[in-house]
Design a protein around this ligand. Structure first.
Ligand SMILES: *[C@@H]1O[C@H](CO)[C@@H](O)[C@H](O)[C@H]1NC(C)=O
Ligand SMILES: *[C@@H]1O[C@H](CO)[C@@H](O)[C@H](O)[C@H]1NC(C)=O
Length: 522
């Protein structure tokens, strides 16, 4: 080994090993669109020298050094491609039930796993645990048994039941609601809608997921504190947000925006697809409704509207389409069941993106500065779509408004050069930061391990409802005001009365004396 190599070894390898952590990742939810995001982060943790053990439904296809899988795969039915292309209250309510019910199932499957039980039994030593914050708090029970600090991570905006535990305001007047339209400037109707739905979601979360998780944990371990209390001890919450897209939010210091780390550099397109894009004289518009919504469940008239507007636009189109049937002329439309989305969005000829506004796709479009026509269907898509419109990254077109004319008008709006300039500016601002989203996510994960004895949550997270909203203070003020008012009334009444009595006495006296005078005269 020459001196230089030794120097590098000292400089890089030694600090690496000193800080290498033993990390446990628990991802019991079986939605692939979520894990796609976490996988990138977990693999990067292993790449940077940490020893990572991941419990999930998605074990690595090709094993990586220091990345150890505990697979839950095959224990639950896949949930890809089964949402209808429709938007209604019924779907929102139904989704709430599905989410929370799967939160219950995810916990049962997790705790029934022998390898998971062994980790607890052997009291395996971990420096930090990373868990998905979504539809279940079950993994917090394991963290409690192992006495390990927890970092929460999510692949989307906060769920309704996460606000209180983090002390993040969830005021319906300016905080957009995960499942509904309206963004940060809702109408009165939308405020009412989110107020009611918020109660609905929190209630079913508590009754269907959390309470059941607590019971499931109790079957295995007899000393688990209330999950909501454990949830408040989460050291950091890594959110798949970014203020360029979602706007300035009121987050405490332990809630960190890390949105965007899953996006890789675009690779050059190849083959037919490259040819199709390069030969597009007027550029290309890309269409995809993600992996959860199937485009082929689209109603006939909506499909017709999209195809007809394509025919009238000069651009070429690329569409992620699950059916094998060819829809259109090969020179106009390139369709496939799988497409390299990042590489497509990264190509300079891609002018616009018709999207369901999932957080992954939205972030990728922002990364490459491609304007979006957002057509939200379910989940967090309505609030993402509102953020897309408010930030200037694109515009919304609701499914119920999808007609040939409206779609052409929407494409024309986002193809406008001023609109595209604004999107490029947003993208530039998004990239311009002191630390990449991946470095940020990893930094705070390591930080949680280094300072596991410290607490970073805001006092707001510990207050009961009535104190958080100052209902006690307001109640005292109201009582005080009422009693002052009442006392005034009493005093005034007393004063008036005594004066009236006096007046009455005087007039009585006068009358009596008049009468007596009259009788005397007679
Ligand atoms: C790394 O993790 C694996 C799997 O959990 C474990 O068996 C091993 O002991 C760990 N290695 C170190 C150095 O902690
Ligand atoms: C953290 O707290 C534990 C238990 O109270 C204690 O044993 C440990 O020494 C503390 N670590 C540091 C770095 O203060």
């Amino acid at each position: 080994m020459n001196i230089n190599a030794l120097y590098f070894a000292v400089l890089f390898l030694i600090p690496y090993n000193v800080t290498a952590l033993n990390i446990l990742g628990i991802f019991p939810y079986h939605g692939k669109s979520h894990f796609i995001v976490f996988k990138v982060y977990l693999e990067e943790l292993a790449k940077r020298g940490h020893n990572v053990t991941v419990i999930s439904h998605f074990p690595q296809a090709t094993p990586q050094e220091r990345y150890h899988d505990i697979s839950l795969s095959g224990t639950l039915k896949s949930i890809e491609n089964n949402l209808p292309f429709r938007k209604s209250y019924i779907t929102v309510l139904q989704m709430g039930l599905e989410l929370t019910t799967s939160g219950k199932d995810n916990c049962e499957v997790l705790l029934a796993n022998k390898a998971v039980q062994n980790i607890v039994k052997e009291k395996q030593k971990f420096d930090v645990m990373v868990m998905e914050q979504f539809n279940s708090d079950c993994a917090l029970g394991i963290a409690y048994k192992l006495q390990v600090p927890v970092v929460g991570i999510s692949s989307h905006v906060l769920m309704p039941w996460h606000y209180n535990r983090l002390g993040v305001p969830s005021n319906p007047s300016f905080v957009s609601f995960h499942f509904t339209d309206g963004g940060t400037r809702p109408t009165l109707k939308q405020k009412l809608e989110r107020f009611v739905l918020d109660i609905y979601f929190k209630t079913i979360y508590y009754y269907i997921s959390q309470r059941h998780n607590q019971q499931t944990l109790a079957k295995y371990y007899d000393d688990i504190p209330p999950l909501e209390d454990l949830a408040r001890d989460i050291k950091f919450s890594l959110l798949y947000h970014n203020f360029i897209l979602t706007g300035s939010r009121l987050f405490p210091a332990n809630v960190i925006e890390v949105g965007g780390f899953h996006v890789k550099e675009a690779k050059p397109l190849t083959g037919d697809l490259l040819k199709f894009v390069e030969e597009a004289e007027h550029g290309v518009i890309y269409i995809s409704f993600g992996s959860v919504v199937k485009s082929s469940t689209m109603p006939e008239d909506k499909l017709k509207a999209i195809l007809e507007s394509m025919a009238e636009m000069p651009q070429r189109f690329i569409w992620k389409w699950e059916d094998q049937t060819l829809l259109m002329d090969k020179n106009k439309l390139y369709s496939s069941t799988w497409l390299p989305q990042v590489d497509i969005l990264g190509h300079p000829k891609i002018l616009a993106f018709l999207s369901h506004a999932g957080m992954g796709s939205t972030t990728e479009a922002l990364y490459f500065g491609v304007p979006i026509v957002a057509m939200p269907v379910s989940g967090d898509q309505p609030s993402n779509a509102a953020a897309i419109e408010e930030s200037g990254l694109g515009i919304q077109l609701q499914i119920e408004d999808l007609t040939k004319e409206n779609l052409i008008a929407a494409f024309k709006t986002v193809l406008d050069s001023k609109f595209r300039d604004k999107v490029k500016l947003l993208s530039k601002a998004w990239h311009d930061r002191p630390m990449s989203p991946m470095d940020t996510a990893i930094y705070w994960t390591e930080y949680a391990a280094r300072y596991s004895n410290l607490t970073f949550r805001t006092a707001a997270a510990d207050l009961p409802f009535y104190e958080y909203h100052n209902l006690d203070v307001i109640a005292i003020c109201v009582v005080l005001l009422l009693s002052i008012g009442y006392s005034f009334k009493l005093i005034i009444f007393k004063l008036c009365c005594s004066k009236m009595k006096k007046d009455k006495n005087v007039s009585e006296h006068v009358r009596k004396s008049k009468i007596s005078k009259r009788t005397k005269r007679e």
